[in-house]
Write a protein that binds this ligand. Structure first.
Ligand SMILES: [Zn+2]
Ligand SMILES: [Zn+2]
Length: 134
């Protein structure tokens, strides 16, 4: 089995290449998975590792929802949660967003669903009036 480096502690570990292809086996131990998924500042580090900043938009390279929006996976009490990446970035930057408030895109070069640059987004509207959400 080839050797990889843990995304969290950088320690080398062995894993099946097939699992890596599926985006699994990124961490050396359960402990590191827990840290990466449940410790707030480490969650943020993991989040930004999926982002490339350009002069205007910050582009999400991670998983996407079918409608093009970035999908960021976290865990709460062992359950996977699939979050909208641009919404998560907005909350990191400006603070928590009320659940019923949407974060909409407002990119200078036209709306880009994969963009997670907080200044490209604005909070507004309600879930009922917006049907593009997953
Ligand atoms: Zn590790
Ligand atoms: Zn943008």
């Amino acid at each position: 089995m080839p050797q990889y480096h843990c995304m969290q502690c950088q320690a080398p570990f062995y894993a099946q290449p097939g699992r890596r292809k599926r985006g699994e086996a990124l961490y050396c131990s359960r402990r590191c998975v827990q840290d990466a998924y449940q410790t707030p500042h480490l969650i943020a580090v993991r989040f930004w590792s999926h982002v490339t900043q350009t002069e205007t938009c910050w582009l999400w390279h991670g998983k996407r929802f079918r409608n093009g929006y970035g999908c960021f996976i976290t865990r709460k009490e062992g359950t996977r949660r699939y979050l909208l990446a641009h919404r998560f970035a907005y909350a990191l930057h400006y603070g928590a967003i009320p659940d019923d408030l949407l974060v909409l895109h407002n990119c200078p070069d036209g709306d880009n669903p994969a963009c997670v640059n907080p200044p490209c987004s604005r909070a507004g509207g309600s879930c009922q009036s917006f049907t593009v959400l997953p």
